[in-house]
Design a protein around this ligand. Structure first.
Ligand code: NAD
Length: 487
């Protein structure tokens, strides 16, 4: 009754707390965006489950901390091995649950999930050191000490990928973890808990509380025994979490939304620009980093728009399990309607739909067509608010200074893409762009050692490489005097 078999995996629909499974009285449905099938009825946790999970993690903390980087690393490497052995079923399960492309889960996402664990385990073992330096003969010795319980709250667009990007460094740093996955995509987190157990992780080191954000999530972030909160999601939720965390002064790391610019200069390789622009529709536009504002130099705008429309017409939309599919469904009926609302309001506000602009009638269900909006008024909603669907808006610019001004003209600052023919020109452009990550003549090159995060309302803090450990650990400086030692 508490288990379903999906993609050849037994998925437990209960919470995972202190190494045991617990059911709640209430459940919520996990629905597949592919065909609307109800995949599972999942335990709907609240304050009680959140409290139990935080204390389980707190009780497991001293022993996990004392294992040290090597002891933890051995378990984390076994976990990464198990993920690699389960790439195919995990990929299939994630596709069923969130509708993203199976081939990308298989080849990119799930291998990366394993790497999220392995990479940070290795970093904790081999790279967490700072040279000792002296102050008037005193040694300054910097260490990254485990900090306690990390609560990790994640969205639905890349569930296990985004969860492990925080779980990996938190566990490697010596913290214990409570994960609250998104209620639209709860399933792979549960399987991940089983893999932690198989890898020999002690009970309570990793816990999963399932449920809604305003119930289980809110209780977790308000808990006084929590040392760190890592949240990936939307700006309104981040504000609520920050208010709640303020009561305990719990440190937060936020990775939030974006409305990233995609700049094409008049000396850019047009084919490259068009191909990179098409990638902004990846994951049916449900990517925080997407360059959804195409800013194209006026000298090249017509040629770009023509070629882009030609190529966009060739995009294959359909079942995400098919190898040929490039764009799948939106995650949920509520989200599809939200996306459609943005386009309808843009049209009502005088903008034009160059192509797309509605659900895909042939496919039905939750499939929204790749869409390009042109002629939107400066400052209008479609140019400033995050749609989080396959909807791009195009504007033109006359000078590079204007491009930068337009690019920075939102409250977000997550990423930017620049397609440009000359390195010096690109360097001048990128210098004044406000964004956590900028890709020049490329997109989505993500190195786990690189800092990642958002400027302005796209986030607080940076993670990746040592920046992750700066957040999950308590960075400590111990000063040793040169005097007072007995021989
Ligand atoms: P969301 O903010 O609605 O929900 C995210 C998570 O927060 C879910 O698990 C939800 O249950 C939980 N939550 C909701 N209310 C809560 C509360 N009051 N207290 C605690 N937890 C609560 O976001 P979403 O719709 O799931 O995800 C889409 C958003 O995530 C977009 O804005 C997108 O840009 C952003 N995102 C950012 C990144 C990044 O790395 N910057 C990556 C992926 C997605």
């Amino acid at each position: 009754m508490h288990q379903v078999t999906l993609a050849g995996l037994t998925v437990d629909t209960r919470h995972y707390i202190g190494g045991q499974r617990f059911a709640s009285d209430d459940t919520f449905e996990s629905i597949s965006p592919i065909d609307g099938a109800v995949l599972a009825h999942v335990s709907r946790g609240g304050a009680g489950e959140a409290d139990a999970a935080v204390w389980a993690a707190r009780n497991a903390f001293p022993a996990w901390r004392d294992l040290g980087p090597e002891g933890r690393g051995a378990i984390l490497h076994r976990l990464a091995d198990l993920i690699e052995q389960n790439i195919e079923p995990l990929a299939q399960l994630e596709t069923l649950d969130n509708g993203s492309l199976l081939r990308s889960h298989r080849r990119g996402v799930m291998p990366r999930v394993a790497m999220n664990i392995r990479f940070f385990a290795d970093w904790a073992m081999n790279k967490l050191e700072h040279p000792v330096w002296q102050t008037r003969g005193h040694d300054n010795v910097v260490t990254w000490d485990p900090s306690g319980v990390a609560v990790i709250i994640t969205p639905w667009n890349a569930p296990l990928m985004l969860a492990t990007w925080r779980i990996g460094p938190a566990l490697a740093a010596g913290d214990t973890v409570v994960l609250k996955p998104a209620e639209w995509t709860p399933l792979t987190a549960s399987v991940f808990a089983d893999l932690c157990e198989q890898a020999g992780m002690p009970p309570g080191v990793f816990n999963v509380v399932q449920g809604y954000g305003t119930e289980a999530g809110a209780a977790l972030v308000a808990h006084p025994a929590v040392a760190r909160i890592a949240f990936t999601g939307s700006v309104p939720t981040a504000k609520a979490i920050m208010r709640s965390a303020a009561d305990n002064l719990t440190p937060v790391s936020f990775e939030l939304g974006g409305k990233s610019p995609f700049i094409v200069t008049d000396d850019a390789d047009l084919d490259l620009a068009v191909e990179l622009a098409l990638e902004q529709y990846d994951n049916a536009g449900q990517v925080c980093l997407s360059g959804t504002r195409l800013l194209v130099h006026e000298n090249t705008a017509d040629a770009f728009a023509e070629r882009f429309a030609e190529r966009a017409a060739q995009i294959v939309q359909g079942d995400p399990r098919e190898e040929a599919t490039q764009i799948g469904p939106q995650i949920h009926r509520v989200h599809l309607e939200r996306v459609a609302g943005f386009v309808e309001r843009a049209q009502a506000d005088g903008a034009a739909v160059a192509f797309g602009g509605g659900p895909n009638d042939e496919l039905g269900g939750l499939y929204y067509r790749p869409t390009l909006i042109t002629g939107a008024k400066p400052g209008s909603e479609i140019l400033t608010a995050e749609v989080f669907g396959p909807v791009l808006a195009m504007q033109t610019f006359a000078s590079d200074d204007e491009a930068v001004e337009l690019a920075n003209n939102t409250e977000y600052g997550l990423a930017a893409v620049v397609v440009c023919g000359e390195r010096e020109r690109a360097e001048r452009l990128t210098k004044n762009l406000v964004a956590g990550t900028i890709w020049v003549n490329c997109f989505f090159v993500r190195d786990l050692a690189a800092p990642f995060g958002g400027s302005k309302k796209s986030g607080i803090g940076r993670e990746g490489g040592v920046w992750s450990f700066d957040f999950y650990a308590d960075v400590k400086n111990t000063v040793y005097a040169p005097t007072g030692w007995k021989d």
